[in-house]
Design a protein around this ligand. Structure first.
Ligand SMILES: [Zn+2]
Length: 395
């Protein structure tokens, strides 16, 4: 507890200190080259646990990080975000050695509802009302094949309920759409997210099948490490994260593409070793790390089909034994691969889950109706009070 409080206090000091810099992570800089640049012994990295080493490979170019240097330019401490929830904190301890820990990111989260009358176009009107263009993209993908947005006219309506995050007064990550309504020529269409399974249904609890499915990309012995966005480790007494699923399998075992897509990256990627990233449709990407080698002839930019052979299980990068680390990213955000891959085909809700969903959907529809009647409806209404999402665990 003391250390966490201490680092938060340090962080607050950082914000008011002249020596603190907010910088974009340089392109081509790896965690190891960062250590080298600030004369931090590489032992720090090699002594890390496997999951923390993998986290260091999640640092992406241009991500803003905070660096605090002493008057003589020496390293003092740094905060590097690796996801929306977790950041790496390295600091010089009183004995002069540099310590590593992972800390939660204390962003604020709030939910808004808004009704938008169509004036120009869906994208234009949503961006004007919410300041965010990605909501229109999410909306269009939700109603793909159901609503022809080009046919929307003046007098039609869109209503949205979404959750936004902010950090230090700035947007943090992308907003998440929890419900949407499209009214076109007097007919209403709904998509409401069910919090139990993170899937969208219509207002009657009827599911609609998505055409896009993933498969597990190899035959494996066991799952050696599960996905954790942010977990308090009671023994280590600190936060940990693992932004993917590890499948233990013998070296040389074939790895297959989890879905149709295009090879966006093929090469070495820090602690992830030989890595392939496939860009799928609908904002999804998959990452295959620690490979022994790639399939001969597989080129960057190549189109691959679901189930197509792409590489071999290995232990390259920093890895304790042969395994495949599979990452799945939705709109740039790491999500649990198993939750998405094992998702059953959608049919509909039943029983208790259906009753809960219907009650929730009723209240959302009421909210949307109120928004549409409201005088200043193009102003988003804050539904929830501001809440701090990340809490500091007590020891
Ligand atoms: Zn892993």
């Amino acid at each position: 507890m003391k250390k966490i409080i201490l680092s938060i206090i340090i962080f607050l000091n950082l914000l008011h200190s002249a020596e603190v810099q907010e910088l974009p992570w340089p392109k081509g800089m790896s965690f190891l080259t960062f250590l080298e640049k600030y004369s931090i012994p590489q032992k720090l990295y090699f002594d890390l646990e496997k999951e923390d080493k993998e986290l260091c490979s999640e640092i992406v170019a241009d991500k803003r990080f905070f660096l605090y240097t002493e008057d003589n330019g020496d390293f003092n401490q740094v905060l590097i975000p690796v996801s929306e929830d977790i950041q790496i904190h390295m600091y010089k301890d009183s004995d002069g050695t540099v310590k590593f820990q992972t800390l939660p990111i204390n962003y604020q989260e709030y939910t808004e509802a808004i009704a938008i009358p169509i004036t120009v176009s869906v994208s234009h009107d949503i961006q004007k009302a919410t300041g965010d263009v990605t909501l229109a993209i999410q909306l269009k993908s939700l109603f793909k094949g159901v609503v022809d947005f080009r046919k929307m006219q003046k007098g039609d309506f869109i209503a949205l309920k979404y959750t936004k995050k902010s950090l230090l007064g700035r947007p943090h990550g992308l907003p998440e759409l929890s419900a949407a309504m499209v009214e076109i020529a007097g007919k209403e269409y709904y998509r409401i997210k069910n919090s139990k399974d993170d899937k969208y249904y219509d207002e009657k609890g009827k599911g609609f099948s998505k055409t896009f499915f993933f498969k597990i990309p190899l035959t494996y012995k066991r799952i050696s490490s599960k996905f954790t966005k942010k977990r308090w480790h009671p023994v280590l007494k600190r936060y940990r994260a693992h932004l993917g699923t590890d499948f233990a399998a013998p070296r040389g075992r074939k790895i297959y593409a989890a879905g149709d897509g295009r090879v966006e990256f093929k090469g070495r990627r820090g602690g992830y070793g030989n890595t392939i990233i496939i860009n799928h449709q609908n904002g999804y990407k998959t990452l295959y790390a620690h490979q022994n080698g790639f399939r001969k002839g597989l080129k960057r930019g190549a189109r691959v089909k679901k189930g197509q052979h792409i590489g071999y299980v290995g232990s390259t990068g920093l890895s304790s034994g042969p395994h495949l680390h599979l990452g799945l990213y939705k709109n740039g955000k790491a999500v649990d691969p198993l939750k998405v891959i094992r998702r059953p085909k959608t049919s509909g809700l039943a029983g208790k889950h259906k009753a809960t969903f219907l009650a929730n959907s009723k209240s959302i529809i009421k909210t949307f109706e109120n928004e549409m009647k409201s005088e200043n409806r193009t102003q988003a209404t804050k539904l929830d009070r501001l809440t701090y999402k990340s809490e500091v665990k007590k020891l």
